[in-house]
Design a protein around this ligand. Structure first.
Ligand code: ME8
Length: 660
């Protein structure tokens, strides 16, 4: 029996799962279900990556031990997957004893073969990436991922002789065009291999610097580099070296995003080669989910919670959207408007409407009993052919991880079926008493709908199960696929249970009120703009304060003497009619007439408390109009941050006294 083994990256436990993690795992789930429908012996693995500096730091921040911390977050990942309709067969943790033993076996094997050596090494270490960079890899001296300056660290370490295998890897990738797919990532890896920037891989960390890792079997003063440890999960979870599942399922398929292309496309195959193990079959690489074209990040507050989306819009609709919207390999932009747009157009209008129309007609004209029929007319034959070709395309594209195109191919059939309903007009056939023709039309429609439901089960297991149930089939709800031979289903329209009871009505995907959503989104946007404004204002104030406290360039005595600084007595004060932060002060400087000065002290002084008070001011500042009123000079204040105090002589002096 053909086997299919699919893996996701094992996720870091330094953050909770978000849309990106959910996407990869949902795609892996859909692939596993798809291959089950093809009758393949399938195994689906996901898990968590739990060693390394980052984990220790994240645990410290929470006041937990690394062990307590990884148990907690790994638990969140494990609990999330079933809630997203994901049915993984295994869950691997790099802190599992079985994994640790496998990593040590692997290291020993490569060490014994002479491909691990001890050496002194100085390199640019990025703590964010937990890896060394070569001079060539840095961009303007900075880590290309984090744009921070790495620390130069020189220490003795163990190295994997990766460079020895790089020419072989290049040849292998050239000879196996779909080893890394889609093509753009294959090209990227070949360019990497041809750049000459890759060297041997440092695979150890001294325990003096890091203890949270797997000890090297040949030197107890060192732990294993987290990537070398993590990649081995793909076989440790199968019980390598001796496990029966390893023998049964390896080599498998990997699914990752572009961020971790290099470890999977370069480190891992060379590691496998050095250990004398077969390479994986395919590395499937997808792009990044952006949110309104910006990177998801905690600080921007735009992280999408997959559970929240599933709960709001229905899990199956959310899964469909993810697979349909992202062209595998390219980046895609997430927004609730786009999600609602797809739900309304593809699911409510096209697919939901087809089910609802056809089932209600079957109820009306056939008492919900699935009618028999045989293909007769050209229109019937065209639909029959389209059904076969759409399914074949779907299968072919899905196998090649082109999910968006696969679904589009299937929707050609969905839309054609809606048109077929219109052109065949079963209501007219009923009116004219053409019972046989009516039966045939409904039979063809129901048979095609069944095929669509079978194809969609990997993507929307619950909804597809409901569709099949509406067509009179019994579908277990335990993850058992509705067919083990989806490929054979393309051959003919057969398979429909003629005579069985169909559901009298169907409301699979209710339309979502997009106007209400738009309103909600606008409110959200306004709130987030408000937040951004506040953050910006705070930043500006910080900058202004920093500028106020930083030393200014030297000035000459003459320049200082050119300032007309004087003490005045406030005659009256009131709020500026058009500016909240300003007070309008009339101040006596002994000039005969009081002078009008506007001052930004409204937040700090009540106007009524100022009359009679003495203040210091610059008088020969060029007069300025501020919000409709003239200001002739500037009152002096002192303070940083939220502090602002008026300068006043410590005893009363005559109004207009110069300050020197
Ligand atoms: O890299 N869009 O773990 P990780 C799409 N532990 N996918 C995304 C995404 C986004 N915006 N953000 C994350 C690690 N992902 C290592 C892996 S494997 C031996 C070790 C998904 O928690 C995507 O699958 O940073 C990406 O490759 C993965 O999360 C990175 O997960």
């Amino acid at each position: 029996m053909k086997t299919f083994y699919i893996t996701t990256p094992i996720y870091y436990v330094n953050a909770n799962p978000h849309l990106g993690h959910a996407y990869t795992t949902i795609v892996a789930d859909a692939m596993a279900r798809f291959h089950r429908c093809l009758g393949e012996d399938t195994l689906f693995l996901t898990g968590t990556d739990e060693h390394g500096d980052k984990i220790v730091q994240a645990a410290e921040k929470r006041g937990l031990t690394p062990r307590q911390f990884v148990d907690e977050i790994s638990g969140h990942f494990r609990a999330l997957w079933p809630r997203l309709g994901i049915a993984n067969d295994r869950f691997v943790r790099t802190t599992d004893e079985q994994h640790k033993a496998a990593v040590q076996d692997f290291l020993q094997k490569v060490y014994d073969a002479g491909d691990i050596y001890f050496g002194e090494f100085g390199g640019h270490y990025c703590y964010g990436c937990e890896r060394f960079y070569t001079e060539k890899e840095l961009e303007n001296g900075l880590c290309p991922q984090h744009l921070t300056k790495p620390e130069f660290i020189s220490e003795k370490n163990y190295f994997f002789r990766m460079s020895k295998y790089l020419p072989w890897l290049r040849e292998y990738i050239l000879a196996n065009p779909d080893f890394i797919r889609p093509e753009r990532y294959r090209g990227e890896v070949l360019a990497m291999l041809e750049s000459g920037a890759l060297e041997d891989l440092c695979i150890s960390r001294p325990k003096t610097r890091l203890t949270w890792g797997i000890e090297l079997p040949f030197d107890h003063d060192y732990v294993c580099y987290v990537w070398f440890d993590a990649l081995i999960n793909y076989i440790s979870a199968l019980g390598w070296p001796g496990g029966a599942e390893y023998a049964r399922y390896w080599p498998g398929e990997h699914l990752v995003a572009k961020d971790i292309l290099k470890p999977h496309a370069v480190f891992w195959p060379t590691m496998l080669k050095a250990a004398g193990l077969p390479l994986y079959r395919h590395l499937n690489v997808h792009g990044y989910w952006l949110v309104r074209d910006t990177k998801m990040s905690k600080s921007l507050g735009n992280v999408v919670d997959p559970l929240d989306m599933g709960q709001r819009y229905g899990l199956d609709a959310f899964r469909y959207f993810l697979l349909r919207e992202m062209h595998f390999g390219s980046d895609a932009s997430f927004s609730e408007e786009a999600l609602v747009g797809r739900i309304n157009a593809d699911l409510a209008n096209d697919l939901g409407n087809l089910f609802s129309r056809v089932l209600s007609m079957t109820a009306k004209y056939c008492d919900s009993q699935i009618p028999a029929g045989t293909v007769h007319t050209d229109a019937d034959r065209a639909i029959e052919e389209l059904c076969a070709s759409a399914m074949e395309n779907y299968l072919q594209l899905f196998r090649n991880v082109r999910f968006a195109q696969a679904l589009e191919a299937l929707w050609e059939l969905v839309r054609a079926l809606n048109k077929y309903v219109d052109s065949q007009a079963p209501w007219t056939l009923a009116k004219e008493g053409q019972q046989e023709r009516l039966s045939t039309v409904l039979n063809i429609l129901l048979a095609c709908m069944r095929k669509i439901a079978l194809c969609l089960w990997p993507v929307m297991p619950k909804a597809a199960g409901a569709m099949l149930a509406q067509l009179g089939e019994e579908v277990p709800d335990d993850g058992t696929p509705p067919t083990r031979d989806l490929a054979a289903e393309t051959a003919s329209l057969s398979g429909l249970r003629v005579g069985a009871k169909a559901a009298p009505a169907s409301n699979l995907f209710p339309r979502i009120d997009s106007a209400a959503l738009a309103e909600e989104q606008a409110a959200k946007k306004a709130k987030s703009q408000e937040k951004t404004k506040k953050v910006q204002a705070k930043d500006e104030k910080k900058k202004a304060d920093a500028a106020a406290t930083s030393p200014l360039p030297e000035i000459s005595f003459d320049t200082f003497k050119s300032l007309d600084l004087r003490v005045g007595t406030v005659v009256s004060a009131e709020r500026h009619p058009h500016a909240d932060r300003l007070l309008r002060l009339l101040i006596d400087f002994g000039e005969g007439e009081p002078r009008q000065i506007l001052s930004g002290i409204a937040e700090y002084y009540a106007p009524e408390a100022l009359a009679g008070r003495q203040v210091c001011a610059v008088l020969n500042l060029a007069p300025r109009k501020i919000r409709g009123l003239m200001s002739c000079g500037m009152v002096l204040t002192a303070g940083v941050g939220d502090c602002c105090r008026l300068l006043t002589p410590d005893e009363v002096v005559p109004a207009g006294s110069p300050i020197s």
